[in-house]
Design a protein around this ligand. Structure first.
Ligand code: BGC
Length: 736
């Protein structure tokens, strides 16, 4: 629709019609018995029949036929036949589930995530969706927070690369194109900073840290053209994000240049009352509108109050026009005025979802996301050996992780089913050994899972059978890990351990067979001290998604050589958390040779995490040469080229992720000890060598300076290039 017509449409709409556009309700309200909804959840939310009929968007419903029907019903009733928007959390796949986002971060391969997002968009759009609430780009440092699985990790640069790739993958050039959906960057802002890793808890960040570490990934998503941004539940500078005018008007729209639709998180506007920062829902509505929040997700705060507030002269109608203008513009960009179904196509659904191409992409991405944390040479497996697979993820299809409710666990390939395609039937045995969790683990809201129902006797038999197999084998592969419900939203944990029932099995297996390879499923970094001390190899596979089993077998057998690197530090123990490589320099660093006692350190544990950011092994070895700079001085407009030679000195081909870290040697504000500024995946045959080249520009040296401005400062810098964040060797240059 032409811009002018759109403006005319807005001008013709009644106030009520406009406010309806600002309401988003759950698809569940439309798919069941209307009377039950009206006398139950809708009534509890203070919603009337006409609110339900006229809400401008729906979240969480999918399926071409269903959404086409909802669209027809809506457009018939809507006075101007405005189409409805269908949104959903398509986080790491729609039906084909790709590895969870933190695992995707471990690939250090954003282009691959772009392809995954595109595949997810194809599946989502053919099922009738228009918008995905993804990517989640919140920076995370605290492994206790359950939502770390949804982020790509602890580094602003890495997160920015993935934010851009994912937005581009979902939207393409234009979200209105076939097979694309509009992307919503979330949660603005700083949601990952929840104190003590407890979900929905206070976020307390200095503005400096907020800007320096947390904002870049949102900015990258916005620069990539994300059509929507979602507010976060937390406060920033003491004001809840959803009613924070400074954050939304000045920072997001003003400084960061976002001009798309701003949607609240689920009931986040209303929750400002519980924060005791809005007196009541009327005040919450006024503040959120003034902050520029366009859509209220799942409450009646806007729909029940805004018309009256305008009539009473308490809010300006122009603010409502502004919000609705943006919503209509999004509908227009998606082409809904011309084709309200967009790509919904019941015939094509089966062709696109879970197609071979998407499964192959899921398999490849999963294999690239695995991080080989330890290997004494036992991997890749020697298929001539007698091998026992023992552990609760041997035959478990729940390997999609949280935020994949659109997919179906029954489509997931288990370790066992994939292994049976490759391993010798007579030399290989399989046993779950124990459930994922014992009765000691409570998954609040999920007590009484299948695991909880197994009797003591059954548990004993399981264990005995598994130990017999472990004893008879030459080596044991143990697929272990967290329950998938132990991470995700509202799934914070104070302990970063593997459920005790599995640790007991692990210990007993180690006693009967010392040749143990752990295949670790987890939604977050865990405390791996014991596993690390006893297992001969550890392969972190996160929650790998639909093709998990195949990808695991590909890597265990050496068909794929692991190249994943940790996107988040694995702490030594929970007491170290939050732990991240890019910490600020302290006045008393714990450096060798310095006086022991009065240094920044623990008495009982090391400062270093057990496995650092950027770390990950391969089945081959790489040698990285010292850094060579083409010059050691650079002016503001100039560049410096840094080079290293990477050589494969092992026996098989492999990929090394070569990482560039910079350190500002001296500056007006305290800076991180080092910062990732580039990375390159270098694939080499045995004996082959290649150069990895990085161009350093002044832009990469910028930061928030003492006076709050953003820019660089003259002086010397250290360039370090290596294969993890622990690299220290490097070369120096001067910015003049
Ligand atoms: C989550 C969001 C999500 C929304 C809609 C909220 O609880 O915080 O990330 O997009 O629900 O499902």
């Amino acid at each position: 629709m032409e811009k002018q017509k759109l403006q005319q449409l807005l001008a013709d709409m009644s106030l009520k019609e406009k406010v309806d556009q600002m309401l988003q309700l759950s698809g569940a309200f439309y798919l069941g018995d209307e009377n039950q909804v009206l006398t139950g959840p809708a009534r509890d939310m203070g919603l009337q029949k006409e609110d339900l009929e006229m809400a401008g968007s729906i979240l969480g419903a999918a399926g071409a036929k269903t959404l086409m029907r909802l669209q027809d019903d809506y457009m018939k009733k809507q006075p101007h036949h405005i189409p409805m928007l269908f949104m959903m959390d398509v986080i790491h796949g729609m039906k084909t589930i790709f590895p969870m986002p933190l695992a995707q971060g471990a690939t250090f391969h954003p282009e691959l995530s772009k392809e995954c997002a595109h595949a997810a968009a194809k599946e989502a759009s053919v099922m009738g969706l228009h918008v995905t609430f993804s990517p989640m780009v919140d920076l995370v440092r605290d492994a206790r927070w359950g939502r770390v699985m949804e982020s790509t990790g602890e580094d602003p640069y890495l997160n920015s690369c993935f934010a851009k790739a994912m937005v581009e993958g979902f939207q393409g050039e234009n979200p209105g194109e076939k097979g694309r959906v509009a992307s919503c960057v979330k949660h603005f802002a700083g949601y990952g900073g929840a104190q003590a890793g407890r979900d929905y808890n206070t976020v307390e960040l200095s503005e400096h840290t907020f800007r320096e570490f947390y904002l870049p990934a949102y900015q990258a998503g916005i620069d990539a053209g994300a059509e929507l941004v979602m507010t976060s539940f937390n406060t920033i500078n003491g004001i809840p994000a959803s009613t924070n005018k400074w954050l939304m008007r000045d920072v997001l729209r003003g400084e960061m240049g976002f001009d798309g639709v701003l949607i609240s998180d689920f009931s986040a506007i209303l929750e400002t009352v519980a924060h005791r920062s809005s007196a009541d829902e009327c005040e919450a509505a006024v503040k959120a509108l003034e902050a520029g929040v366009d859509i209220d997700m799942m409450t009646s705060v806007y729909s029940a109050n805004l018309c009256r507030l305008v009539e009473e002269g308490k809010v300006q109608e122009s603010l409502i026009d502004e919000a609705v203008g943006r919503i209509l513009e999004l509908k227009n960009k998606l082409g809904l005025f011309e084709n309200p179904y967009k790509d919904a196509d019941p015939e094509k659904e089966n062709e696109v979802i879970l197609c071979e191409e998407h499964r192959a992409l899921a398999r490849k991405t999963a294999a690239e996301s695995f991080v080989l944390l330890k290997n004494d040479g036992i991997l890749p497996l020697d298929l001539n050996k007698k091998i026992a697979f023992v552990g609760p993820y041997t035959e478990n299809q729940e390997i999609k992780s949280s935020w994949s409710f659109t997919g179906d666990a029954k489509d997931c390939v288990t370790v066992k089913s994939a292994a049976r395609e490759v391993f010798h039937p007579e030399r290989t045995s399989y046993h779950n050994g124990c459930p994922v969790i014992g009765r000691d683990v409570e998954l609040i809201g999920f007590t009484g899972t299948e695991e909880h129902k197994i009797s003591e006797k059954e548990l004993r038999i399981m264990e005995e059978e598994a130990l017999t197999l472990a004893k008879e084998a030459d080596l044991v592969v143990m697929p272990l890990g967290e329950h998938y419900l132990q991470s995700g939203e509202a799934s914070s944990r104070a302990m970063l351990d593997i459920p005790e029932i599995q640790m007991e099995l692990f210990r007993k297996v180690c006693r009967v067979n010392p040749n143990v390879v752990v295949v670790l499923f987890s939604g977050r970094p865990l405390d791996l001290r014991e596993i690390s001390a006893k297992a001969r190899a550890i392969l972190e596979v996160w929650f790998p998604g639909t093709e998990g089993g195949h990808a695991i077998v590909d890597v265990l057998t050496g068909k794929s050589n692991p190249s994943g690197k940790l996107p988040m530090s694995f702490p030594y123990c929970v007491g170290q958390v939050p732990v991240h490589y890019n910490e600020y320099s302290t006045g008393r660093p714990n450096l060798p040779g310095m006086k022991e006692k009065f240094r920044s350190k623990y008495l009982d544990i090391p400062n270093a995490p057990l496995y650092p950011f950027g770390y990950g092994l391969s089945y081959t070895d790489f040698e990285i040469s010292p850094v060579r700079l083409d010059q050691n001085q650079m002016d503001q407009e100039g560049t410096i080229t840094a080079r290293v030679t990477v050589k494969n000195i092992g026996n098989c081909s492999g990929t090394e992720v070569v990482q560039l870290y910079l350190r500002d040697n001296y500056s007006s504000v305290v800076r991180p000890v080092k910062e990732l500024k580039g990375f390159k995946r270098v694939t080499l045959l045995p004996g082959e060598e290649k150069e990895a080249v990085f161009v350093i520009s002044e832009e990469m040296l910028r930061f928030y300076r003492e006076d709050g401005s953003y820019g660089s400062e003259k002086g010397t810098f250290r360039v370090m290039i290596g294969n993890s964040s622990t690299v220290t060797d490097g070369a120096e240059f001067e910015l003049v």
